[in-house]
Design a protein around this ligand. Structure first.
Ligand code: SAM
Length: 289
């Protein structure tokens, strides 16, 4: 392989990022690696064949997807242990990032095989780099559950996380997902939708969640293609009139079972927050619903 590689008896597993849309985003090192390895382990061989043909690379491909990764991992390991170099790629972007590869990488490292990243495109990093939300601390939350109950439960877990939150989402769920985010994080929480990044219809739109939901609802074009949703981290409320997230959580639970007045009175007793503040918060939540 490349001159920088340390000679060893076993081969090297290269984890190679491929483009997320724009083919020009492939790196010179990725092209060289894919040309020089003995075998490319690919999530979808037919999909990757088109990419390789585009770049005139004729390296053999073998399937390594979520259904066969554990069983077939041994096959790739055997090749590596026989001294051959293998590259791992996924359909788009960086392998292992909401894509297969974790089991193979773990098994290779456990077997003492050298694993080398060949970095490149990754949708979450591309979105974060251009979203204008704080990037010093962020949490990648991957895909949310498909159904609203599970999705809301996952959102609740990070409602008061101060880091920028990053989600992958399928286009047919984008509206429901934004509606749940608006309800759990609040209408005013800032969010950015990154859609079709690096492609012709690339969009990066930042708005408070209620407005972002309204904008996507009113334009069916925004409900197509691939998307990343970034949500600004939680900011502690300021001043004595602030209602904490925990008090709102108690209020929401009670509102689901009781009339507004009774729910806010009980929430005030439980949390120690003034009754009129919780009553107003309950009114606001009903208005947003
Ligand atoms: N491994 C990939 C990466 O490094 O980003 C992610 C693979 S995951 C199966 C696919 C999801 O990534 C899509 O559903 C979408 O949420 C996001 N994604 C991939 N390409 C994208 C793009 N060009 N623009 C926006 N989001 C994208």
């Amino acid at each position: 392989m490349s001159s920088s590689a340390v000679p060893s008896a076993t081969g090297t597993l290269y984890v190679v990022a491929t483009p997320i849309g724009n083919l020009d985003d492939i790196s010179a090192r990725a092209l060289r690696t894919l040309s020089e390895v003995a075998l490319i382990a690919a999530e979808d061989t037919r999909h990757s064949l088109r990419l390789l043909q585009h770049f005139g690379i004729a390296t053999p491909l073998a399937a390594c997807h979520e259904h066969n990764e554990r069983d077939q991992g041994g096959r790739f390991l055997a090749r590596l242990q026989a001294g051959e170099d293998v590259a791992l790629i996924s359909d788009a972007g960086t392998p292992l990032i909401s894509d297969p590869g974790f089991h193979l990488v773990r098994a290779a490292r456990a077997a003492g095989v050298r694993v080398v990243p060949v970095p490149g495109a990754c949708a979450l990093v591309a979105a974060l780099s251009a979203a204008g939300l704080p990037s010093d601390r962020f949490a990648f939350e991957g895909f949310l559950p498909a159904k609203t109950v599970g999705r809301r439960a996952r959102l609740e877990q990070v409602r008061e996380d101060v880091r920028t939150l990053i989600y992958y989402e399928a286009p047919h769920r984008i509206l429901d997902c934004l509606a749940d985010m608006r309800d759990v994080f609040g209408s005013e929480r800032m969010a950015v939708l990154g859609r079709e990044l690096t492609k012709t219809f690339e969009t990066l739109r930042g708005l408070p969640l209620a407005e972002l939901h309204g904008w996507v609802a009113s334009d069916s074009n925004q409900q197509r293609g691939e998307c990343v949703i970034l949500v600004a981290g939680w900011q502690a409320p300021e001043g004595e009139d602030a209602v904490s997230g925990e008090a709102l959580r108690v209020l929401d639970l009670l509102l689901a079972e009781l009339p507004l007045k009774r729910a806010s009175a009980l929430a005030a007793e439980i949390t120690g927050v003034r009754k009129n503040l919780l009553y107003q918060a309950a009114l606001d939540r009903q208005k947003d619903a």
